[in-house]
Design a protein around this ligand. Sequence first.
Ligand code: NAP
Length: 436
Amino acid sequence: MSKSNTIFRIVFRSFPISPSKNTFVSRTIQRRTLTTIANDMTVDMTATDHETETETTPTQTTWSSKMIAWQAHSYSTIDDLVLTSNARSPTMVAAHEVLVRVKASSVNPLDVLMAEGFGQVLLGTIRQAQQMSLHKPVEFPLTLGRDFCGEIIAKGVKVKSFDVGDVVMGVVPPFHQGCHSEFVAVPEGLVAKKPDHLTIEEAAGLLYTGMTAWSALKLVGGLYIWKATNKNVLVIGGSGGVGNCAIQLLKHWGAKVTTTCDSTAINLVKGLGPDNVIDYTAKDARQQLEEHGKYDIILDAAGISYNKIGVYTPLLKGWACSTFITLRSPILHNTDSYGLVGGMVKNAIDLLVPNILSGAVFKGSSIRWGTFLPIECGIKELAKLAEEKKILIPLEKTFKFKDLKDAYKRVQDGHLRGKVIITFDKPSMDKARLTN
Ligand SMILES: NC(=O)c1ccc[n+]([C@@H]2O[C@H](COP(=O)([O-])OP(=O)(O)OC[C@H]3O[C@@H](n4cnc5c(N)ncnc54)[C@H](OP(=O)(O)O)[C@@H]3O)[C@@H](O)[C@H]2O)c1
């Protein structure tokens, strides 16, 4: 099978489909049952099996119980997030899903933005397409949180790689209910066993930023096709979560890596193994960037503003298919501002204009948009590297579950040096159960 076919298959399999709404898909999905249910669950989670015996109308295996979660009831500010013990528990909708009791999760910049409504139009449209509904789905109450570490407490019959009781790390795509909640259900392809030497907190912070870096470099940057050895890569913002992962992945793949960070982060970033670290606040920062250039790939892992990309494009190699990858694509912002159709038109303009005005296209280079993609082979590679101690996950700070809003504020304040983690500690969970 070709590489592109493999990627397509993996991406497609990563997005669970609701079989009850889809008779075409339903023929291919066998009747599912929960093979096991953990005995030591702290909430009453009796499985309610609504299944019929027919192959063509499979239905969902539904948890009827409630769980503890932080939720948004409208798009507002972080302060309006609500802690409840009455949230609806997740539903396993396919036989290849696992149900996980979350022990720790990270907070990403996307969580803060989504709480304020970022991406609501496009993410809402994807949810609607998944449900094959003519009506816009009601997204509230919305649970945020994109990556986690926890224990598998139930699994579908087609899950072969994991057992109940396994401690796994995983990711949840942004158009799904997140994991800042007691339980989360995800396809088995989106989880990997936690390496023994990693703490729960370290494992919880690896996969979202890791897969953002992996997807941007491998798929958008072309390293899935071209070997990274002999590539000269600049990572802008080596001090943050995505930057940390990008540096380590690139070094593992054999690239030459130059990265930028603030003077206060230089020691941390040097420990990740790049060839050159440049203090972006230094007077001669530009000169240093030029000395180590020109670059095959420039990855912006700092979230520099879109109109400043032109400052960096002259550092790209000419006529070498070199690429500037920004993770701040305007896709979600444009669809929020102009609607789905208008937003797509604006997206096309926003992709073309900087490529032309920066002169990138006139020397065979391009400005491209990178994004997180939940791809099974990437998750497996990250898990293997973590297992082999080839990837470190620096942590900025760990917060208790009850202090989730403080964790969000820490991410909102910026200048992070690694991941912000929330632990689902027992006192917080017990208190939430009693008081909410
Ligand atoms: N599209 C997607 O799917 C996706 C997914 C994940 C992340 N992202 C985006 O990617 C960016 C990075 O994410 P993250 O989770 O790694 O964020 P993060 O942990 O907040 O890291 C950003 C890092 O960049 C540093 N920085 C800021 N300005 C800089 C500059 N001019 N030069 C060099 N370093 C600079 C910051 O520290 P100092 O300010 O102290 O220098 C911070 O350490 C964010 O904009 C995020 O929204 C996009």
